[in-house]
Design a protein around this ligand. Structure first.
Ligand code: R5P
Length: 290
């Protein structure tokens, strides 16, 4: 197995290859003056099973095109099988038509990757696992939540309460609770499909005087976490931490979250950011050897 170092995840790809003791395939990439993407594989892949490690965090579109071009280049140059490791799978939140006239974006993305040459795909904490069942090739998701929870355990936080900021994140909270053992709860959140505004209901939670960690898959604008942190403040939580797999942190999201009194945001290297304190490399390497 050779690991193709996608330009969006070069360091993560290197770490995965080191753990697997696998050869890497460096990639030259550039953007032409008109904005088009270019990639070139810098070593041979003939008759190899290859893995492409390439996240598709913002800016999503050029990274998706790079991934498709890399799959095409691998197949054209004789690779037997292409396994795409896509830590942050872009467009996964548009997994149905919420409003009349919309596309199902994630299905379009999957079809593009299939045509390009992808035979199999693994994502990390994809927004809805059931989406992957409709992909035109085998696709699965692995969870980085236990790794994030272990990070907080190592920090010595004493049985923190785990909060899911909406019901959809409850399964993530439950995974974290299995490691942290301090109880778990969730909030009820609604999002206006037209404005994107978030409304979270305040409810009774046993968090007074406790350390709480909010676990979510994605932080985008930060509105979900800000709403949850404000409620925790009102409920007199002692300290609030935030853990997320994909720290997109668009615009001033980080500042807005920290301004609510959150101690720290911890993310993974699914998205390269200064809050990416937990590496996905062991999780991905384990998946590749199964
Ligand atoms: C949605 O349900 C996701 O799990 C996240 O809660 C959401 O994508 C976060 O978005 P934002 O940071 O913009 O509130």
């Amino acid at each position: 197995m050779k690991v193709i170092l996608g330009p969006a995840s070069t360091q993560l790809g290197q770490k995965v290859a080191e753990l697997l003791k696998a050869e890497t395939v460096p990639v030259t990439s550039k953007t032409f003056p008109d904005g088009e993407s270019y990639v070139r594989l810098e070593s041979k892949v003939q008759d190899e099973e290859v893995v492409i490690v390439q996240t598709t965090s913002p800016p999503q579109d050029p990274k998706l095109i790079q991934l498709a071009l890399l799959a095409d280049a691998a197949k054209r140059n004789g690779a037997k099988k292409v396994w795409a490791i896509v830590p942050y799978l872009a467009y996964a939140r548009q997994d149905k038509s919420f409003l009349e006239g919309e596309a199902i974006s994630i299905e379009t993305v999957a079809n593009i990757l299939k045509v390009a040459g992808v035979d199999r795909l693994t994502a990390v904490n994809v927004h809805q696992e059931k989406t992957l069942a409709r992909f035109p090739f085998p696709a699965n998701t692995v969870s980085a939540i236990p790794l994030l929870a272990e990070h907080f355990k190592r920090k010595g936080l004493e049985k923190p309460f785990v909060l899911a900021p909406d019901k959809g994140a409850l399964h993530l909270g439950e995974q974290a609770e299995k490691v942290l053992r301090g109880g778990c709860g969730y909030l009820d959140k609604q999002r206006d499909r037209h404005t994107g505004q978030v409304h979270t209901e305040k409810k009774t939670l046993d968090v007074k005087g406790k350390t709480v960690i909010i676990f979510d898959d994605i932080i985008s604008t930060g509105s979900t976490i800000v709403a949850a942190a404000k409620i925790l403040r009102e409920l007199e939580a002692k300290k609030i931490y935030v853990a997320c797999v994909h720290p997109l942190l668009i615009g001033d999201a980080e500042k807005r979250i920290i301004d609510t009194g959150v101690e720290e945001i911890v993310g993974t290297d699914s998205v390269s950011s200064h809050v990416s304190k937990v590496s996905l490399a062991p999780l991905i390497a384990k998946e590749l050897v199964q």
